[in-house]
Design a protein around this ligand. Structure first.
Ligand code: TPP
Ligand code: MG
Length: 936
């Protein structure tokens, strides 16, 4: 069992860790400072100011003339005036200039920083600069705000620090990848002409690009690469025997309609272009094999990239825990993201994800982005797909350097990837390689590209393929003979033929998703699944955690207003009553940490909490030092990471979702500032949270906290659209079928219930996402508070809560409901003196629907009371839980033999979740409450 009983450790009260420190893998990479120019160089720059302007102009504008586009479709300036030395008064090509301090000539930075004069003619300078900046790789790095980065780049490129020769072995490797890719695409076209394979043809250089990146990473001791990629060339990458090594037989089986998962799993699978694999790749010069994992992804372009970031970071953190001395930021794990040009410039999540890249609680030490840029998206040409010159311009928002490289020249592509990796390693930041290629075969293989882009396709069809052009080059430089080339191609073709023959006997492999760090977890349908573990905790441990969670270290000055909050929380722990939401949450977190789990809660302002309720992070008023008492005071084995996030929903939720895939001992929580804003992340919810186990057999214990409830805050601060989440569940419609659900939707009304839900999430031996309609007003409502006894051993989450008044025998009406309106109703009932007459039953778990639990409670009422069963909600009739619970409550009534259907009480249907006019809200809310007592 993963949970350990560590409740006995002593309380330590020393300050050990800060908020943004290395406990979470956030070790700032050393800030490199490139040595500045010496006096002689500064003097020379002053004397040769015109030359300096010219050189800098080439660095800045060279890309505008560079030959980077195989089809020559990207707008090029016919005459880039800035590249002409005469514009700067430099007219005589034979004129000699001292270039010391102006261009780099020595690979060793130290040697470059001496006073030696070096004299070059203007023509030599021009040739040198044009070779570099106006070639088949174009560089954009001069926009960087970091002088060190600009100097580092220009030094690397200009000083010949990069070896430009590609040895024979590498050429052969590049060739193998290109040739196999072409053979593979031709094979699929021949054997499965109706398949949408999203061929790589025209963009084959993507494979040597990835291969060379992996090889550099492996040699630099990276142990794991997480890849997020879209459809283009995915099958080529997956099946290549030197890359992901996915069995071609398994692929052909899938193409023929077979399943990718074994039959004994109740999964519905995914399409061919979302298949996944991981492989251990052993590269020359690397000490150990490096694991490359391709993540599954939905069709929604770019959505996977935020997920890949979260997975990468969580993996890095896991390694940091097991190899603390050996895992600086980004050392061991690297994220690689592939993009299409149209998606990269069009999808908003790209901006959101790039925005996470350098944040302390989101960075993983630099992603290498590879854009497979074929200047078209489906049928939309680049000119209509973006407002910027390059699809990669979005990278400039984080000052990422951008390399554009001509995909017709695989050796240049390899060189560009080498530079990209060097930058990533040096600065541990994101870099973008824009690989300019073309798409020979239409978007997929079933449509007609010439229909909308006739000229482009005329150009394309006149071209020899990239592999063939490279073969010509290798024959010319005597690396390979035509016979060698023939052998590479026919051997691979023979392998594919043999794989196809094996399809009839192919049986999908046992699913491997509950192995390694997931060992110990089970499938929820299995008999070993622990659905309702004991989530109660001994009183002394609760007290210890409760106190530690708000313990202010000596000498630490919190805000005077916070003193009351702290006192209140301490009082509730000491007295054992009045435990509020934040205290119960802290106790759930703290006890989970003591049991060896980690918790990560992210969202906007989560440290303090949107409603100023959490205060899991305290800030010293004198110097803004921060302390996280659950880490610094409790001294548990696990750690809580309070990840105050950027103002993003989609990328941040995707990130946390990715983190949830890493290991089951991490509790990842995403909190929406208000539940209403979750819909910015709807794509992640639809395509990952609610569906990834059914598609990919991947469990996730993600928790979404979505503050919910009508309280007069208007249309967009009131509703987490419960109805949508309920519709996304595959909850059963009757109580006879077994419980198996894709995600839980809960609506707890007491801190104790919330405490047990959080603990249940981790203590059961499988993982399922949980959506919590979280409170706002209840956070401090004394009527909603719990007592410590509600959290102690023997207690657990109750999917249905009985009325707090024992009125079963006298009640004449039973109202089933969910959420905070309960407290308004019991207050009103008391005022009307109807405690004995109206009974309220709370559904605290909406999905899976608690059929048996509800039945048990309803059975305690008289027939007279059951003749008046209502479901009441404050949400408008077309929203909230009504449409979900209606049929299910009816099933319960029918099962009990009650001849009555449940009827609705509440707001009438509306286009808004809540009105924006205060008076209207109050009238409506009072009406909802009144309707509970109508006719009595
Ligand atoms: C969010 C989203 N919108 C639309 C689509 C439909 N679609 C699939 S591929 C594609 C074009 C993608 O173009 P690009 O990113 O340039 O990749 P390419 O196919 O050219 O490699 C579109 C619009 C999608 N998959 N995802
Ligand atoms: Mg494209």
């Amino acid at each position: 069992m993963l949970q350990r009983n560590l409740f006995t450790k002593p309380l330590v009260s020393s300050l050990k860790r800060g908020y943004h420190d290395e406990s979470f893998g956030y070790r700032k990479p050393p800030s490199f400072v490139f040595p500045d120019y010496n006096d002689a160089q500064l003097e020379n720059r002053y004397h040769n100011a015109a030359l300096l302007r010219y050189v800098d102009s080439v660095r800045i504008h060279g890309h505008r003339a560079a030959r980077i586009d195989p089809l020559d479709l990207i707008p090029r300036d016919s005459e880039v005036a800035a590249l002409n030395p005469s514009r700067y008064g430099l007219k005589d090509g034979n004129q000699r200039y001292n270039v010391n301090g102006i261009i780099w000539t020595n690979p060793k930075v130290e040697a470059q920083r001496n006073d030696t004069e070096e004299w070059w003619t203007l023509d030599e300078i021009t040739r040198h600069l044009r070779d570099i900046y106006v070639g088949r790789i174009a560089y954009e790095y001069m926009h960087s705000q970091s002088k060190t980065e600009r100097l580092w780049f220009s030094h690397l490129l200009e000083s010949n620090a990069l070896s430009s020769s590609v040895n024979k072995k590498l050429k052969q490797r590049i060739h193998g990848l290109l040739a196999r890719s072409e053979v593979f695409d031709n094979f699929l076209q021949l054997k499965f002409p109706n398949l949408k394979r999203y061929a790589l043809e025209g963009g084959e250089s993507m494979l040597p690009a990835l291969d060379s990146l992996f090889s550099s990473a492996a040699r630099d001791s990276v142990s794991h690469i997480i890849v997020g990629m879209p459809h283009r060339g995915r099958l080529n990458f997956l099946t290549d025997p030197q890359l992901l090594q996915y069995s071609p037989t398994a692929l052909f089986h899938k193409i023929r309609g077979g399943a990718e998962h074994p039959d004994n799993f109740q999964v519905e699978g995914d399409v061919i272009s979302h298949l996944v694999s991981s492989a251990h790749l052993q590269y020359d010069g690397a000490n150990e094999p490096m694991k490359v994992s391709l993540l599954p992804n939905p069709s929604h372009l770019e959505a996977v990239n935020a997920v890949a970031l979260g997975k990468t970071r969580a993996k890095q953190y896991s390694l940091l825990k097991t190899h603390p001395d050996d895992c600086q930021l980004g050392d061991k794990v690297m994220c690689v993201q592939l993009h299409g040009d149209a998606a990269f410039s069009g999808q908003g999540v790209v901006m959101e994800s790039l925005g996470l890249s350098n944040l302390p609680h989101f960075t993983s030490g630099g992603t290498v982005h590879l854009v497979v840029d074929n200047s078209i998206g489906y049928t939309t040409p680049a000119s209509q797909a973006r407002s910027s010159l390059y699809c990669s311009d979005i990278g400039k928002m984080i000052n990422a350097p951008i390399l554009h490289v001509n995909g017709d020249h695989p050796e240049d592509v390899v060189k560009a990837m080498d530079i990209a990796f060097k930058y990533r390693q040096y600065f541990r930041k994101d870099i973008i390689v824009d690989l300019l290629v073309y798409r020979r075969c239409r978007h997929n293989e079933l449509d007609l590209p010439g229909l909308t882009s006739p000229l482009m396709y005329e150009k394309i069809s006149a071209r020899r393929s990239v592999p063939q052009m490279y073969e010509q080059k290798l024959i010319a430089d005597e690396t390979l003979t035509p016979e060698d080339i023939h052998n590479v191609r026919t051997q691979y073709r023979a392998q594919l033929d043999a794989s196809l023959v094996k399809v009839p006997e192919y049986i999908p492999q046992q699913a491997r998703t509950l192995e390694a760090q997931w060992a110990g977890m089970v499938w929820p349908e299995s008999s070993e699944a622990t659905r309702n573990p004991d989530t109660g905790v001994q009183k002394d441990v609760l007290e210890r955690v409760g106190k530690a969670s708000v313990q202010v270290p000596e000498g630490f000055e919190i805000h005077p207003k916070l003193q009351r909050h702290v006192k209140g929380r301490l009082n509730s722990v000491e007295s054992g009553s009045g435990v509020d939401w934040a205290t119960a949450e802290a106790m759930a977190f703290g006890t989970l940490l003591l049991q060896g789990n980690d918790v990560r809660i992210s969202g906007q302002d989560v440290g303090r909490g949107t409603f100023s309720q959490r205060h899991a992070m305290l800030v010293d008023q004198k110097d803004e030092r921060t302390v996280v008492p659950l880490n610094d005071i409790l001294d548990a084995e696990g750690k809580i990471e309070l990840a105050n996030s950027s103002l993003s929903e989609m990328a941040v939720l995707g990130f946390e979702y990715g983190a949830s895939w890493e290991r089951p001992t991490l509790l990842p929580i995403w909190e929406a500032q208000f539940g209403d804003f979750f819909n910015g992340a709807q794509i992640i919810i639809d395509t990952f949270v609610s569906s990834s186990e059914t598609k990919w057999l991947l469990q996730s214990g993600l928790v979404m906290l979505l503050p919910h409830g009508l309280d007069g805050a208007g249309p967009e601060h009131s509703s987490s659209r419960l109805e949508r989440f309920l519709q996304l569940t595959n909850d059963r419609y009757d109580g006879t079928s077994p419980v198996s659900i894709n995600m839980h939707v809960v609506f707890p009304t007491t801190p104790a219930q919330y405490f047990h839900l959080l603990r249940r999430q981790m203590l059961r031996n499988y993982r399922r996402p949980m959506v919590v309609a979280a409170p706002k007003g209840l956070l401090r409502l004394s009527a909603a508070a719990s007592s410590l006894t509600d959290l102690e051993p023997g207690t657990s989450f109750q999917p249905v809560l009985r009325d707090s008044v024992s009125n079963e025998s006298t009640a004449k009406r039973v109202i089933v409901l969910s959420g905070k309106i309960y407290y308004d109703l019991i207050k009103e009932r008391k005022e009307r003196g109807l405690d004995d007459v109206v009974s309220f039953v709370r559904l605290e778990e909406l999905a899976p629907f608690p059929f048996q639990e509800l039945k048990k409670v309803l059975e305690t009422y008289s027939d007279e009371a059951l003749a008046q069963v209502f479901y009441l909600q404050e949400e408008p009739r077309n929203q909230g839980a009504w449409s979900h619970v209606r049929e299910r409550i009816d099933w319960v009534l029918e099962d009990m033999g009650v001849n009555r259907r449940v009827t609705f009480k509440g707001r009438k249907e509306s286009a808004l979740p809540a009105p924006g006019v205060g008076k209207l809200y109050k009238e409506q809310q009072q009406k909802v409450v009144d309707t509970a007592f109508e006719g009595l």
